[in-house]
Design a protein around this ligand. Structure first.
Ligand code: PDD
Length: 299
């Protein structure tokens, strides 16, 4: 019998709820997975996570994601429950159980179940949850026409370098963008663009790519690392300097990047055309290189 497509949910494709997940040491059907109501991830948003794109059954840039997970865990004073080779084995098993192919893998480590208290509990083991969802390809329409974005004040905390599960500020910002008819919000802190609500952001002026440097105000994106090195190898100048909000309307191109949405060109910002209002040549070049790299990684 041909193996069924085993995805958690896909409303668009109408797929059945039959995926497996990994929860605290076991692989179980998603609908059978349970967590304690005292779990600090649930009560306090006390945990960290990763999202890794999977192409043809293989994780893209796994080492970078595991390294960032380690940094996030250290940032919230939690011990990594697994060595990298253990993570790798666990992740591979789940990908295969869920049918391989292209998936978005979500992994979360939270501080564990304990009576509610702001202070960390002692002697409690962390909770580990891993799931996969279908990874939808970026639509050709988006690649041809770009997306709309708006600018919003960056209302987040001072440790945006930690990939924390407490995403309420990001969620509020993204929702505000959606309600304004935009796909993403470009965030402004002290007059400069930090990143998107769920992405890193870039501005191109005269062929030079500018993006905020890695510090506490942005998440060090794995897609950002990949695209900056591809751009540099191709001879494109990259400057890791935050762009002033006042300069954004003069940019020739604006982009955002993330593991699930790749590199997206923004063609309208706050209702005004970005540059020519069309997808720009520097984005086209970098996206083509990114697509080639994805293809090689899937082989
Ligand atoms: N988010 N900045 C923020 C605030 C993000 O949430 C993300 C990704 C990025 C891009 O990082 P990367 O290239 O490593 O995906 C930057 C993921 C996809 C999410 O929360 O679902």
């Amino acid at each position: 019998m041909a193996s069924a497509i085993r995805y958690v949910t896909d409303v668009d494709l109408g797929l059945t709820v039959v995926a497996d997940v990994f929860i605290n040491g076991s692989f179980v059907a998603a609908e059978q997975a349970t967590v304690s109501v005292f779990e600090r991830g649930f009560l306090l948003g006390d945990g960290v996570y990763e999202v890794i794109p999977v192409y043809a059954g293989r994780c893209f840039e796994l080492a970078g994601h595991l390294n960032r997970l380690e940094n996030s865990l250290a940032g919230v004073k939690m011990t990594n429950p697994y060595r990298d080779d253990e993570w790798e084995q666990l992740i591979d098993t789940l990908i295969q159980r869920n049918g391989g192919g292209d998936q978005a893998l979500y992994m979360q480590v939270s501080r564990g179940a304990a009576p509610r208290d702001h202070v960390f509990p002692e002697g409690v083991s962390t909770s580990v949850f891993v799931m996969t969802n279908p990874l939808k390809p970026v639509s050709e329409i988006v690649k041809e026409h770009g997306i709309q974005a708006i600018t919003l004040v960056d209302t987040r905390w001072q440790r945006c370098d930690i990939k924390a599960i407490s995403l309420l500020p990001n969620s509020l910002l993204k929702q505000e963008a959606k309600e304004a008819g935009a796909e993403e919000a470009l965030l402004i802190r002290d007059g400069f663009m930090t990143e998107g609500s769920a992405s890193n952001s870039y501005a191109v002026f005269d062929g030079v790519v500018y993006t905020a440097p890695k510090d506490n105000t942005i998440l060090p994106g794995i897609t950002r690392d990949v695209l900056l090195s591809l751009a540099r190898e191709a001879g494109i100048i990259v400057v890791e300097e935050a762009v002033a909000e006042s300069k954004l309307s003069e940019a020739d191109e604006l982009w955002v990047s993330s593991s699930t949405r790749e590199i997206l060109p923004i063609t309208q910002l706050n209702g005004q055309a970005v540059g020519s209002g069309k997808v720009g040549p520097v984005w086209q070049k970098v996206d083509a290189l990114y697509q080639q790299m994805k293809k090689r990684a899937a082989q």
